[in-house]
Design a protein around this ligand. Sequence first.
Ligand code: ATP
Ligand code: MG
Length: 579
Amino acid sequence: MKASQLFFPTLREVPKEAELTSHQLLVRGGFVRGVAAGVYSYLPLGWRVHEKIAQIVREEANAFGGQELHMPVLVPKELLDETGRSGVPVLFALKDRNQRDFFLGFTHEEVVTDIVRSSVNSWKHMPLYLYQIQTKERDEPRPRGGLIRGREFTMFDGYSFDSNEADLDRIYRANYRAYENVFRRCGLEYLAVEADPGAIGGSENHEFMVLTDSGEDTVLRCDSCDYAANAERAEVPASSSGPCVGELLGSYTVSTPGAHTIDEVCALMNVGPGSLIKTIICLAGGKPMAALVRGDRELNLPKFARLVQAKQVDLADAATVVRVTGAPVGFAGPVGLAEAVPIYADNELNDGNTYIVGANENDAHAVNVAAGRDYAVTAWGDIRTAVAGDACPRCANGHLTEARGIEVGHIFKLGTKYSSDMNAQFQNEMGQKLPIIMGCYGLGVSRTMAAAVEAHNDANGIAWPISIAPFEVAIIVAASKDETQQSAGAELYRALKAAGVDALFDDREDRTGVKFKDMELIGVPIQVIVGKGLAEGLVELGLRGQARESVPVGDAARAVTDLVAGERAKLARLEQPWT
Ligand code: ATP
Ligand code: MG
């Protein structure tokens, strides 16, 4: 491609609305343009990057036997009614001219299961892995960071169909390895972490995180074994200290006027938050219950829901809190609740110590309160959110450390949830009818593009890994009016193209400084300068942002091709044993 013919409107100014670096650089570099909140056009440069990532994903999915199909964006409501997902809040809904209800596809489990149930009915038809790379629509409450969280975005979504758990496991491993290869080939440092299975329930699932400080997810990983989990999901091992056998001081009530929050109580009583218990009134299926965690901890609602075996648990509204505690909000405690509700306590509180708790009275707290003696615990469990420094739940010596990540992929053993809801059955070897065992596998193509920019940028622009750069090499002609330079540049460009190198020939009639700035901004990883040195038969060659060396113009094509090959080879894939 010749830069003189390329449409890439670069901007010198940082766009006002763009907070994240990737958003700023993708707009400034002429990769994307905003159309509405969370909705973007890809300009030619952006589309080149997008398609390079999509192609890598496609190759890795094909490598383990995935088959590409393409499903519609328009999805009839009846299909989502079958699984109860027509009420999902992020759905964009619309009606056709006959007032029939449709949604814009936000993920395609129902559509693909509908295809499969009509044609797959024997164990002999499986394993089957179908995938697409398609535009998804979600009315996200907080579209953010340009392509990171869009309302329209591109997702790779794969779906597996199996007749037995072993095959599901195999395809899950294959997909896991494919994702590792995608992120390696895209030059991204990633971490696969255990994630919250959400409403679908217990099965194995992993999120793939690109580690960067700007990530909105917190991940915790062990400093001594390979345990890693989303902080929302990470387990906290039950503490080994049993109930205290020593004598406990008697409890009493103190006046704490106006101290509703942990901080206010701490300030008033001159203690740390670790001396307090937070009593949180929750509702599960309309039933009130109390959850206790230490004052410096956060209650983890998904964990709590699992402990009480509820689909979902919510924080109770103020009226319920007042009714259950018999006190204004802010003074809840486990002793003397107005309503006898079950009390669930975090394992950590099972340490034999006494704590300060709300007294279920306006402006009062109780001191020296002991579980067992002063109140009964219905059940202990792991219900707080893990934090850095916690002991590892898998190994004996490790502790968890914290990192920030961007979730770029999520893979999931679905089991039979969708096939049961949608009656997608097959006959096994014994002639029994059983629901098909499914898995689903999502990878954000557009989010990966933004994550790559978050991970690879500097003051001058984007430092794309070569595999997904809009071009691999930029040939910059310094003096655009100099015929000899132009023709040497053009010749090198032709030679590189013939050698299969994706080159951009910057033949524009602009100042050299402008061309340099543009090439740095759009992040072409290898630069060749055809300038003054040509008089001595030399051109300059180097990696973006690094020192350049002079090479004889006659050797330039060879030298560039070698450099390209070297850079490409750094992004090698792992073996895929699950083909
Ligand atoms: P998140 O937790 O970030 O909202 P999710 O769990 O809803 O994502 P999935 O349904 O698992 O996302 O989607 C699979 C993949 O699609 C995600 O891992 C992510 O890479 C991508 N993705 C999801 N939502 C968006 C979005 N709004 N914009 C861009 N990419 C997205
Ligand atoms: Mg997810």
